[in-house]
Design a protein around this ligand. Structure first.
Ligand SMILES: [Zn+2]
Length: 306
């Protein structure tokens, strides 16, 4: 029997390291390797980010990358708008103790530009994930304006005001977001609310692996280890089992480590562990449909948005 347990794999496609330019062929080879691993382990379901930032505003929104995005969508993935305004930046007018994510007019331009580029390529962006978990109610309002209905920045417990991340007290599983308070669920039926899929958390500590990067309390392939990632997953599975409550969460893995055996093996290990737990891998859009169906069955106030 299926368990009420779902994982969205966030694929962060940033071409790290930031300091070293990497040409398209090198980046695409890593993307292809990640695509292969996901095809084998998740059936292709994933949330593939498409990076934008001051250094690379439209680089990944043009060929040859457009062709690659088309392929992953065909595999069953959804595409995610992913601004890294500070990492591949910083953006104009950003003080050292502030972040571009608070500059709403700047963010509006970025979001509209990327949506326009992908729309003209015939590829919808279904979700959004800010760098360093940065997100504001103002960004949420812009997303709704451009037709993006799913948000993936939430790491429950993380509070980094320097990066516009405030996820203290956020639900541990997917929820419809209160437009004024992103870490709170919308308490009433609101067809316009953003659907948030939080990062899987053990709910023990909001630990960091380095400044502004989460660590072993979350599932982050490059900044944790297999044992720790399995423990986080087991905590999520336990919640589904004991409370018989639907659990929809996400993890993250980065394409820049592809080709390095240690990271490939670790990623395959956690995906296998998740599969063995009886969970299903889903894209953000599939996750939203599952949540809506489940809520309709339970008679909850949330209704399918369309
Ligand atoms: Zn990133």
């Amino acid at each position: 029997m299926d368990r009420p347990l779902y994982l969205v794999v966030n694929v962060d496609s940033d071409p790290d390291p930031v300091s070293e330019f990497q040409d398209d062929a090198v980046i695409l080879a890593k993307y292809r390797r990640m695509q292969e691993i996901l095809a084998a382990h998740t059936g292709g379901a994933a949330a593939w980010t498409v990076l934008t930032g001051p250094m690379y505003r439209r680089r990944f929104y043009e060929e040859p990358f457009i062709g690659f995005w088309r392929d992953v969508v065909e595999d069953g993935a959804d595409l995610v708008l992913h601004p890294e305004e500070d990492l591949y930046g910083p953006g104009p007018g950003t003080a050292p103790d502030s972040t571009t994510y608070y500059h709403t007019d700047h963010m509006r331009g970025v979001i509209q530009d990327c949506v326009e580029a992908m729309t003209s390529a015939g590829l919808p962006l279904h979700a959004y994930r800010g760098g360093y978990h940065g997100f504001t109610p103002e960004i949420g309002a812009i997303l709704k304006d451009v037709g993006i209905s799913i948000e993936l920045s939430c790491a429950p417990g993380i509070v980094w005001p320097q990066k516009a991340a405030n996820w203290n007290g956020a639900p541990l599983s997917a929820y419809y977001m209160d437009p004024e308070q992103p870490a709170r669920h919308s308490g009433h039926a609101d067809n316009g609310a953003l659907f948030e899929i939080p990062w899987a958390w053990d709910a023990k500590a909001p630990g960091q692996s380095r400044p502004f990067v989460v660590g072993e309390n979350y599932i982050i392939n490059e900044f944790s280890n297999l044992t720790a990632m399995k423990l986080v997953w087991d905590a999520v599975a336990e919640r589904a089992a004991t409370a018989d409550a639907l659990q929809i969460v996400s993890m993250v893995c980065h394409t820049y480590t592809m080709g390095r055996e240690e990271f490939e093996t670790r990623l395959q290990g956690i995906l296998e562990h998740v599969r063995e737990s009886g969970a299903r891998f889903v894209s953000p859009m599939q996750a939203k449909a599952i949540f809506d169906d489940h809520a309709a069955e339970q008679g909850a106030p949330f209704r399918r948005a369309n």
